[in-house]
Design a protein around this ligand. Structure first.
Ligand SMILES: [Zn+2]
Length: 258
């Protein structure tokens, strides 16, 4: 029986693929030693519920977030609830939040050619430029966390940062084309992990990025409740950590010499 029949070959391919995207096409940068412990909240293809529920919690805490928009989904029903409307995106931007890029059609990099992926990013940029005159989109996140080497190259050619769904805290040398990020999902283990990230950040500095989708009392498997979101915001406040958008943080990081 061949290796592929029992899943060994696909598993091997995944492991090798992950190692490749981690080690190649990097955009290295260094977090300075005195970099203060920092949190960024991010939302992917965010539904209206995230804007309505997390927006006021962030505003009351004086925090801004990065919202990665897939413009082809705006106003559409989805597995995480109805996606935010163009008006909501414009209001977030006017309120001082950062609007980032999440491809136009919410493409999985593993399912399309890199050229198509790049073209779809360009299309998203065109729609967002019409919606937000004067706003230069600089931050990108990979839909479904899907990354290939070709997609990474296509995305990093168009964005200052590309956020993954690979968990971790950025410290020291970082790859701006594959920033780590931690899920904020309504699940006891994930929520405990998120609180643990706050503790580790307070103790050892670094930059922790969180991501979620819907924020509603009965969240999807890819979202969280307003109570859990508020609890994390409160924990960050108690720990004295600062919160900044991904774009604001990257402005402080000097690109490493190659
Ligand atoms: Zn997404």
């Amino acid at each position: 029986m061949s290796g592929s029949a029992d899943g060994t070959v696909p598993r091997l391919r995944r492991v090798v693929g992950r190692a490749l995207v981690r080690s190649c096409a990097r955009r290295p940068a260094v977090l300075p030693d005195d970099f203060p412990p920092t949190v960024s909240f991010t939302f992917d293809d965010f539904p209206a519920s995230a804007v309505d529920a997390a927006g006021p919690i962030l505003r009351d805490a004086g925090m801004a977030a990065t919202w990665y928009a897939a413009s082809g989904l705006l106003g559409q029903p989805s597995a995480v609830g109805e996606i935010a409307s163009p008006d909501q995106v414009a209001r977030l931007h006017a309120d001082g939040h950062e609007i980032g890029d999440h491809t136009c059609r919410h493409l999985d990099a593993r399912a399309v050619a890199a050229e198509d992926y790049g073209r779809d990013i360009d299309e998203n940029r065109r729609v967002l430029a019409d919606l937000l005159p004067g706003h230069a989109v600089r931050s990108f996140s990979y839909p479904f966390g899907g990354v290939t080497l070709g997609a990474k190259r296509a995305a990093m050619a168009r964005a200052a940062t590309c956020r993954s769904t690979m968990a971790g805290i950025a410290r020291g040398s970082v790859d701006l084309a594959l920033l780590p990020a931690n899920p904020l999902y309504e699940d006891a283990a994930w929520l405990a992990a998120a609180q643990d990230v706050i503790g580790r950040l307070a103790a050892r500095r670094g930059w922790a990025i969180f991501y979620t989708h819907d924020v509603t009392p009965t969240p999807s498997p890819w979202g969280c409740s307003p109570a859990s979101f508020a609890a994390l915001v409160a924990a960050i406040g108690r720990a004295g950590l600062r919160v900044a958008t991904v774009g604001a943080v990257v402005d402080e990081i000097a690109p490493a010499s190659a």
